[in-house]
Design a protein around this ligand. Structure first.
Ligand SMILES: Nc1ncnc2c1ncn2[C@@H]1O[C@H](COP(=O)(O)OP(=O)(O)OP(=O)(O)O)[C@@H](O)[C@H]1O
Ligand SMILES: [Mg+2]
Length: 270
């Protein structure tokens, strides 16, 4: 269990996927990220956990080009993309969802999915003809349980459906890197277990996808992410398998306010 190594990749080990190192992000006097590294290799699912305010969303904002960090490097498939804006990164294959779903409210659920399809089409030229076709919009609406709301405006759908629509829209864009900010927040227990099923379905259908999933529900994280990275006060506290990270004394300590036993119960043995 360790943070990413300090060595620079040679040409042959230029990792496919997203890799950030030494990221520093300050807001005035607040250091939200302090020398943070993360590696999202092709075909891996990484859970990003940590107490409130530990910098999880800020890291996603940096990786998706919403924020430009004061220091650090970000590489996509071995190419430096540091400083690129969100739109360019989305076209390059880094697609994300938000802690509070961001949908086009004047469009129907179906039309929101078509925005993802449109992004996929704009990316297609870059990916080449041999790129495998991922699941389509209709199939994703079905998998995420949104089909009956296809003709409705997002505002007419329950919160859980709005979150699912945003996720389906992200997946239909066929990203190379998918960044999910608390996809289970605000969902009922039943909706959470359906979400786990949908995410596992995506994992099987898109084995080439690199995913970073932020979530407070460590049981859910461990159910879909073999690797977990922990942030605490803007620094990487631990990286490793779900079982070893959730049992690490430093991680339990960081979560003491939320009950370390809760971590043991939810994360252990999953
Ligand atoms: N735009 C901003 N301006 C000023 N401070 C910010 C901004 N965004 C984040 N911060 C600060 O950076 C720190 C990390 O916030 P961040 O939202 O990344 O935490 P988080 O781990 O996502 O928390 P949560 O689990 O509550 O969503 C906090 O102290 C927060 O107040
Ligand atoms: Mg957050």
């Amino acid at each position: 269990m360790s943070a990413a190594t300090e060595t620079r990749p040679g040409p042959t080990e230029a990792a496919a996927g997203l890799r950030a190192r030494g990221v520093v992000m300050r807001f005035g006097g607040v250091t939200a990220l302090d020398d943070v590294a993360i590696e999202l290799a092709v075909g891996t699912w990484t859970g990003l956990i940590g107490p409130n305010g530990s910098g999880k969303t800020t890291l996603l904002n940096v990786l998706s080009g919403v924020y430009r960090p004061q220091a650090g490097s970000i590489e996509l498939d071995g190419v430096d993309v540091g400083g690129a804006r969100a739109g360019r990164l989305a076209r390059a294959g880094i697609v994300r969802t938000f802690q509070h779903p961001q949908l086009a409210e004047s469009l129907t659920v179906w039309e929101n999915l078509l925005l993802g399809v449109d992004l996929r089409r704009r990316r297609q030229g870059r990916r080449g003809a041999e790129a495998p076709a991922g699941p389509g919009a209709e199939e994703l609406l079905e998998v995420f349980g949104c089909t009956r709301y296809a003709g409705h405006l997002p505002a007419e759908a329950p919160y859980g459906i709005r979150k699912s629509v945003e996720l389906a829209r992200a997946v239909v864009a066929e990203p190379g890197v998918l960044l999910l900010d608390e996809p289970a927040a605000g969902l009922s227990k039943e909706e959470r277990s359906e979400l786990v099923g949908s995410l596992r379905w995506v994992r099987e259908r898109r084995p080439d996808l690199a995913v970073c999933l932020i979530e407070h529900d460590v049981r859910l994280v461990a159910a879909v992410c073999p690797t977990i990275q922990v942030l605490n006060f803007g620094r990487v506290l631990a990286v490793g398998t779900a079982a070893e990270v959730l049992r690490a004394p430093a991680v339990q300590e960081a979560y003491l306010g939320r009950s370390a036993r809760h971590l043991d119960r939810d994360g252990g043995g999953s």
